[in-house]
Design a protein. Structure first.
Lengths: 762, 161
């Protein structure tokens, strides 16, 4: 049955209430099972040997001594993971990223792996593997990787998006461009132009649960994988293709997930675990150490950007240009392209051009991290916006409001805006008491805006009614932060029953049709849509069953407030039938009552946020403390406000960490110097204040309840909000993220020297 | 192959397990005793996901050798439920949405209980510093701090009632 996804403006009974999440008890008692918490009879311990070189030819690998060690059941190298026929493009890169083939492309790149009876034996076996490396020239810095004399990492990589096609390979994978109008004419019109360069360092998603899986390949070639992932169906498709298996013969079960933030949308060591299990013919559990997580999974791009903005004296933004160079790690991605698409979305700029470069470097393959690529672009654009506002003497909020994108306007990356929240978030910021609170010495206030697209995608769900009238909603999107509660609310709302009557179940790949990842803030949006449609299909069945019980035409039965009611005066003698009444009779009225829906959840609504922060800088140490923080974001409709607030707060905290401390630090040798939580410092409880939130609800016309994705936008504004606050606090403008104490101290010293001016000659 | 036999008390129960001398208490609790609520986030004492109490003192079990538990009392998240009832901290974490992914939650609960055992009426700052050894990447800590404040209040009220 085809359903309409349009927003209806209906009144809600349970949507918007703060119910308890159904998985809460297991998670507070230690019973919830995460990636490392499963076991199978006879399982082995898998461990991976990783390259100590940033770039090296692997001349030979001798695994004979490791194989001979008692207790070792399998040793695999790339030889055990041949490229299946027809595998190409991203999938081929994913296979090579999971196990080096002839060359190690970054510090931490897997070169071999073992499966042994215990961890001690596995570790010992790794030491017995002899790898003959020939170190090659390496490049880790994104600007250096673009230089003509940079070592070329892939001889097959020619820049796409340029005409004519380059004659020589380079590290620049692609050039992309988005924009509107004529920027030369626009800048000619401008009274004031700000042109600045910015750099941001790579960060890690920092999920507390390391990658972990339990692989079990049987002698007949079928298998199963228990894994911490944001998308079991996609992991199944990818792993099966990399291993040359039939997709249906690999069952993937997602464990509870201990944080992902985009980092668990990509396959890392899972194909290796499967290859080990295949070779050993035993189950293999493979859990990454934290050091491996840092060295071999999911960092963001490191970036370098030039931003140029022009405005007229009366505060109209007339021209903008951004050139953004995004590191991709060892394999090409789309990160620079995404930066282009997000960069100017907040504003209506008649003449703008965003150019993105995707650049490979000897670093781990870049992965998605919450609104991937947007925070860095926003750091550049929103920092320059503040400088431009100051240059023309306008309040930064008023300046943004004057130029904010609006409904019906043409975005710079393609779509015409529907109802959007940028203006409303700015007005809420302008009117927020936070903006008027007093500040002390060395303290400053900053604000910034952010944008993220949000996505929909392939979604499938089942709704089954038990004979007691309780309801099981089965979805295929992993619950990363409370979505079971939100989806339970949606099913309850639609059926007109109490939330407590619904149980939400996350399916494994053998139990439901394909679902795309929980990514792009699509979990509650798209599974919510599929849940609504599955419930509506169920209601059709319930009406039919009630009609049968009453012996009247189905057209005479309506579903209202959780009950079937017979309409018309001729049926006035028929009392309503509840879900429970109908369920109890279901064995005799046609069997199980269920509704199913599969949908490509189109209609995702874009998301805007504006943040305010107060900071204090210690001029002696350069350390910055966040004193107060407010997030204003459009949620479309907050299904479960607690978990919407949680997304706002969590994203802001990650952005604060990115702004102030977190960075991948590479040595001259191209090795990562801080692969641990001690040296890669994420915010702790004592670093942060309470994070205030204000949820705006501007309904998304493309969802029956008006829902927009809420998971990602909150990480976009903090970098610039803090940079702007720093500038207001101590008068130095930071162009390099993280704005860590050494960088701030350096900027303060340079500022003092510049203000003192040249020494007077007597 | 050599090892040690460790006799200890875990969540009030007498427990014996054998393990290699170099095994951490974290690995022993997870792999030999089956207490999978004790989580490994880093293995280097930086994240607090493996927090337990050892003779009432809050420690990272990844930094303790299993052999050191000999004759001592261990408390883990699995021991917080008493008489089939959730601890007020556990109730409060659920009702305040203080967890998103939940992987850090066992460590936070053990650390928070350790704080409230010592200080039933902590200030916000005291809570923040007491929990600074536990990393959470999902919540920004806001709802965690509020959940601990709420549980502390409820526990004080229950005690004075």
């Amino acid at each position: 049955m085809k359903h309409d996804n349009s927003y209806t403006g209906q009144d809600f009974k349970v949507i918007g209430t703060r119910v308890k999440r159904p998985d809460g008890i297991d998670k507070v008692t230690g019973r919830a099972r995460y990636g490392a918490d499963a076991s199978l009879p006879g399982q082995l311990v898998g461990r991976v040997l990783r390259s100590p070189h940033a770039h090296a030819r692997i001349k030979a690998i001798d695994i004979s001594k490791a194989e001979a060690l008692p207790g070792v059941k399998a040793v695999v190298t790339a030889d055990d993971m041949p490229v299946p026929e027809g595998l190409s493009g991203d999938l081929k890169h994913t296979l090579e990223n999971s196990m080096a083939r002839g060359r190690a492309l970054y510090d931490g790149h897997a070169v071999a792996a073992v499966a042994a009876i215990d961890a001690k034996t596995a570790r010992k076996a790794l030491q017995l593997i002899e790898v003959d490396y020939e170190p090659l020239p390496h490049v880790t810095d994104v600007d250096a990787a673009m230089q003509p004399d940079a070592p070329v990492i892939h001889d097959w990589l020619y820049t796409s998006g340029v005409d004519p096609k380059p004659e020589k390979p380079s590290n620049v994978a692609q050039r992309t461009e988005f924009g509107l109008g004529d920027i030369d004419a626009g800048f000619a019109e401008a009274d004031v132009v700000i042109e600045r360069s910015y750099k941001t360092e790579a960060t890690h998603q920092g999920y507390i649960e390391p990658h972990a899986c339990l692989a079990n390949i049987r002698p007949d070639g079928s298998g199963e994988l228990w894994v911490t992932t944001q998308g079991p169906f996609v992991y199944r498709n990818v792993c099966a293709q990399l291993l040359g298996m039939d997709i249906a013969k690999l069952k993937v079960t997602s464990s509870e997930i201990g944080g992902g933030f985009g980092g668990k949308t990509h396959v890392w060591a899972e194909p290796v675990a499967l290859a080990l299990s295949r070779k050993a013919n035993r189950p293999v559990k493979l859990v990454m150490t934290r050091e491996e997580v840092f060295r071999a999974s999911g960092p963001t791009s490191s970036t370098s950007m030039d931003i140029k903005l022009g405005a007229t004296r009366d505060g109209k933004l007339v021209a903008a240009r951004a050139e953004m160079r995004y590191g991709n790690g060892a394999f090409p991605g789309i990160w620079g392209m995404l930066s282009c698409m997000t960069s100017f979305a907040c504003y209506e700029i008649a003449n703008c051009k965003a150019i993105g470069y995707d650049v490979v470097q000897n670093r781990p393959k870049v992965a998605a991290y919450r609104a991937p690529s947007a925070p860095m672009a926003a750091f550049g654009v929103e920092s320059a916006m503040d400088e431009l506002a100051a240059a023309i003497g306008m309040d930064p909020v008023e300046f943004r409001l004057k130029n904010a994108s609006k409904e019906g306007g043409q975005s710079h990356y393609g779509p015409v805006w529907g109802p959007i929240g940028i203006r409303a978030t700015l007005e809420a910021v302008r009117d927020h008491p936070h903006m008027k609170a007093p500040l002390g010495p060395n303290q400053g206030r900053g604000m910034a805006c952010g944008f993220w697209f949000n996505i929909g995608g392939q979604t499938c769900s089942d709704l089954n009614v038990g004979i007691d009238g309780t309801v099981t909603l089965t979805v295929g999107t992993v619950d990363v932060g409370g979505s079971r509660a939100s989806l339970g609310l949606i099913a309850a709302e639609e059926l007109g029953i109490p939330y407590e009557q619904v149980q939400v179940n996350i399916a494994d790949t053998g139990s439901l049709g394909h679902n795309d990842m929980t990514e792009g803030s699509r979990g509650t949006f798209s599974s919510g849509m599929a849940a609504i449609f599955a419930a509506r299909n169920t209601i059709e069945v319930l009406r039919e069953r009630a009609a049968k019980m009453w012996g009247i035409p189905v057209e005479d039965v309506i579903w209202e407030a959780g009950q079937a009611k017979a309409k018309g005066s001729e049926h006035s003698n028929l009392p309503p039938l509840s879900l429970k009444d109908i369920a109890a009779k279901s064995p005799k009225t046609g069997g199980p009552i269920a509704g199913h829906n599969e949908v490509v959840a189109d209609g995702a609504g874009v998301s805007f946020a504006s943040h305010i922060c107060d900071i204090e800088v210690d001029p002696e140490t350069g350390a910055t403390k966040v004193l107060r923080y407010t997030v204003v974001q459009d949620a479309g409709k907050a299904i479960h406000p607690d978990y919407v607030e949680g997304q706002f707060q969590g994203g802001a905290a990650q952005g604060i960490g990115w702004a102030l401390n977190e960075e991948y630090i590479y040595g001259e040798d191209g090795r990562l110097q801080n692969p641990g939580f001690l040296d890669y410092r994420m915010p702790v409880c004592s670093d942060l204040p309470f994070i205030d939130t204000k949820i705006l609800e501007i309904p998304n016309p493309g969802h029956p309840y008006g829902v927009r994705g809420v998971g990602e936008t909150s990480i976009v504004p903090p970098l610039a909000a803090i940079g702007n606050a720093l500038s207001n606090a101590v008068g130095v403008r930071m162009h390099h993220v993280p704005m860590s104490p050494p960088r701030i101290l350096k900027a303060l010293r340079e500022d003092r020297r510049a203000n003192r001016g040249p020494a007077k000659v007597a | 192959m050599s090892g040690v036999l460790v006799t200890t008390t875990i969540n009030g129960d007498a427990v014996q397990f054998a393990c290699p001398e170099e095994e951490t208490l974290l690995d022993a609790l997870r792999d030999r005793v089956g207490l999978l609520g004790v989580k490994e986030g880093c293995g280097t004492g930086d994240c607090g996901a493996c927090s337990i109490t050892l003779d009432g003192r809050l420690v990272c079990s990844c930094l303790v050798l299993a052999a050191e538990a000999e004759g001592r009392e261990i408390g883990t998240v699995e021991g917080l439920v008493e008489g089939g009832k959730l601890h007020p901290l556990q109730e409060s974490f659920i009702s305040h949405a203080a967890l998103q992914c939940g992987i850090c939650t066992p460590g936070f609960l053990v650390a928070a209980k350790s704080l409230l055992d010592r200080n039933p009426d902590p200030t916000e700052t005291e809570i923040r510093y007491a929990l600074a050894g536990n990393l959470c990447r999902c919540t920004g800590y806001d709802k965690i701090v509020r959940a601990v404040q709420n549980a502390a209040k409820e526990m004080r009220t229950a005690k004075s009632a």
